[in-house]
Design a protein around this ligand. Structure first.
Ligand SMILES: [Zn+2]
Length: 136
């Protein structure tokens, strides 16, 4: 894991694959969550799924399966939140079909990211480029 300064934005190259098979490049601007943000997310996810486990206690028969399942999910999602370091702040992805620049909204950093072109509605899929992070 590389070390980054906090509050610094990280441009990340992505490869855009469109439905017709052509490949374009785009970029996403990532920001790093602070350790506090990660803990808050982890705790929220954990308690949300534990609440689901608690509610499923009252479902006859199914609770034998649902309660342990939701507890496992709570542990998993909680741990996942801790390691979910980056989030997507914004980005620009050029449509491979019509060339329109599509702006990416803030979201979690999970790949692939699906985008429909604002102009021609072409479906595109963004993958993290093999080159990884750009410098600067
Ligand atoms: Zn387009």
């Amino acid at each position: 894991m590389e070390e980054f300064d906090h509050d610094k934005e990280h441009p990340l190259e992505v490869e855009i694959l469109s439905r017709d098979g052509s490949i374009r490049e785009g970029y996403l601007v990532l920001s790093e969550r602070t350790p506090q943000e990660r803990v808050v997310r982890a705790v929220q996810a954990f308690f949300l799924w534990m609440l689901a486990a608690l509610i499923s206690l009252f479902i006859p028969m199914l609770h034998f399966i649902l309660v342990p399942a939701f507890i496992l999910v709570a542990l998993f999602m909680g741990a996942n939140g801790l390691f979910d370091v980056f989030k997507v702040e914004s980005g620009e992805i050029t449509c491979a079909r019509c060339g329109t620049v599509n702006h990416i909204e803030a979201q979690n950093e999970t790949y692939p990211i699906h985008i429909d072109c604002d102009h021609c509605d072409a479906r595109m899929t963004a993958y993290r480029a093999a080159a990884g992070e750009l410098t600067g």
